[in-house]
Design a protein around this ligand. Structure first.
Ligand code: HEC
Ligand code: HEC
Length: 226
């Protein structure tokens, strides 16, 4: 959704100023930045370590339906910040088979894993729309029930319910992603998976959700997260 250009420009400037003043980034996934160095050496180390992950995510992170999501997806890697990937590997996703790996691997090893994942697709960071979310929860619930729940489960529990999409209703997922990340993935889909784009602007869209309807769905997910 395009807000009055002046407004969002000012807002962006304020956010940049606030970030510069506090000298810190605002949490996992909040900004789509890259901090991990993708050196040949780190990629090689990460590839070896990824053997631990391959049983669920596939030998080349291509995913195994109902077992581990695909990570080698262009749109997904474009939308995912390094802090989001680092956080997900360190902390896992509570309530799913994706356990926290921080006791098993040190920071350098986890960074090497991220370097390896980055090496799978050389994509520019997506420009995420992080404008404030103004969604209608009731409308979002209807959209979720009629479109998303078939693959992600009625409670959004993911694999434990449907063996198809991941657990997007879980707090462990929602607390680690920004609205901009979800907006992007819902609009553009997760390429190379069954998650198609839902934006009315997308050529391959399976439904025609407007930006407002996507925001409604996100508002519902945030409101009902568990
Ligand atoms: C026992 C199976 C299993 C193993 C082993 C495993 N994962 Fe996962 N992983 C999962 C599942 C299941 C999810 C999605 C959970 C959800 O949110 O529903 C996931 C999610 C992820 C995600 C987020 C992807 C997304 O779609 O949001 C990343 C990144 C990830 N895993 C990396 C790793 C890495 C790196 C390793 C090895 C150190 C690893 N995983 C090992 C099962 C596994
Ligand atoms: C046809 C099945 C299908 C439908 C319908 C569907 N999804 Fe998905 N979704 C998936 C799959 C499959 C994945 C990726 C899992 C994988 O890689 O194995 C996914 C991934 C996602 C992700 C990324 C989650 C993560 O773990 O990183 C989000 C966010 C998402 N979907 C939101 C939605 C929303 C919102 C809707 C409804 C508008 C929706 N999906 C409808 C199948 C679907």
């Amino acid at each position: 959704m395009r807000m009055a250009a002046g407004n969002s420009g000012t807002r962006r400037a304020l956010i940049l100023m606030a970030a510069a003043l506090s000298g810190a980034c605002s949490g996992p996934g909040a900004e789509n930045t890259r901090s991990v160095e993708v050196s040949t050496r780190a990629v090689a180390t990460g590839k070896v370590l990824f053997a631990t992950c391959a049983a669920c995510h596939g030998s080349d992170a291509q995913g195994r339906i109902g077992v581990g999501p695909r990570i080698a997806s262009e749109s997904y890697l474009a939308a995912a910040s390094d802090s989001f990937l680092l956080h997900t590997i360190r902390e896992g996703r509570a309530g799913t088979t994706m356990v926290a790996w921080k006791d098993r691997f040190d920071d350098g090893q986890i960074e090497a894993l991220v370097a390896y994942l980055r090496s799978l697709h050389d994509v520019e960071p997506a420009d995420l729309d992080e404008s404030p979310l103004r969604g209608d929860v009731a409308n979002g619930e209807e959209i979720f029930r009629s479109i998303c729940s078939g693959c992600h489960g009625r409670a959004g529990a993911g694999y434990q319910e449907t063996a198809n999409g991941t657990g997007i209703g879980r707090r462990a997922f929602l607390d680690s992603v920004s609205d901009g990340f979800i907006r992007y993935v819902v609009a553009h889909g997760k390429t190379q998976t069954a998650m198609r784009g839902f934006s009315e602007q997308s050529k391959t869209a399976v439904a025609n959700l407007s930006q407002q309807e996507i925001d409604d769905t996100i508002a519902y997910l945030r409101e009902s997260s568990w």
